[in-house]
Design a protein around this ligand. Structure first.
Ligand code: ADP
Ligand code: TYD
Length: 213
């Protein structure tokens, strides 16, 4: 059996992660039937505490928030029934919308980049992505899309915070990107052009022969 691959999508809110990761899921599913799609923060009890912090129903502090995302990720990797390692060990490819680069990007400068990277080493040791697609778009474009599509609903969706998150993503990719095979995608391109680029790389990685739609 070929080794199953772990594919991660990263980028600011509105960068196009769900659009492209859903398309990728559908295409791999139709061609191989051998794919599982998931996301962070998860739907676990830890993830639901996080969601309550993001929508301001629960007040918390930066270190607790960073630690909760880490705990959510550890469970996401290792949970005996729903953990990603379960799927990968069965030979099923996994796509995750967000992984530890989101922590590098969203928790700095409240926590130092060193703290977040070191804390997440436990996750990197358990499960490193085979590829990370980072969707690079401006805060302006993201806000334009979010305004069109949905209401602002969490702690991070203001222009200043987004600019900081973009800088953090870039710094984290400079520091860690080679280890995780990070590919930077120009998120301003059309959905079709982006999908073609993502599909070419993924079909090579998964050794899927028929690249045509
Ligand atoms: P994310 O999952 O990163 O938050 P989404 O995939 O939900 O982003 O996209 C946010 C919005 O932008 C959606 O309304 C989506 O249709 C739109 N969108 C996604 N990709 C593009 C693109 N390449 N060009 C224009 N609009 C896009
Ligand atoms: P997400 O569900 O992707 O948001 P949305 O549905 O609005 O696109 O993620 C929720 C928020 O959590 C998002 O703003 C990014 C943030 N986040 C962190 O702060 N740290 C993390 O480790 C992760 C995975 C997400």
């Amino acid at each position: 059996m070929k080794k199953a691959k772990f594919i991660v999508f990263e980028g600011i809110d509105g960068s196009g992660k769900s659009t492209i990761s859903n398309m990728l899921f559908e295409k791999i599913n139709s061609q191989t039937g051998n794919i599982y799609k998931t996301f962070e923060p998860t739907d676990s009890p830890i993830g639901s505490v996080i969601k309550n912090i993001l929508n301001k129903r629960i007040v918390s502090d930066d270190k607790t928030i960073g630690a909760l995302f880490l705990a959510d990720r550890l469970d996401h990797i290792q949970n005996l029934t729903s953990g990603m390692l379960n799927y990968l060990e069965k030979g099923i490819h996994v796509i995750s919308d967000r992984y530890y680069y989101s922590s590098y990007a969203y928790h700095v400068p409240m926590l130092s980049m060193d703290w977040v990277i070191n804390a997440n080493k436990v996750c990197a040791d358990l499960l490193r992505p085979d590829i990370v697609f980072y969707f690079d778009i401006s805060a302006d474009e993201s806000l334009r899309r979010l305004n069109l599509s949905r209401k602002f609903h969490d702690l991070f969706e203001t222009r200043e915070k987004m600019e900081q998150v973009i800088l953090n993503y870039k710094e984290a990719i400079k520091r860690e990107g080679k280890k995780d095979n990070v590919v930077i995608i120009d998120g301003h391109k059309s959905v079709n052009d982006i999908f073609d680029e993502v599909w070419k790389i993924t079909s090579d990685l998964l050794e899927i022969k028929s690249g045509k739609n």
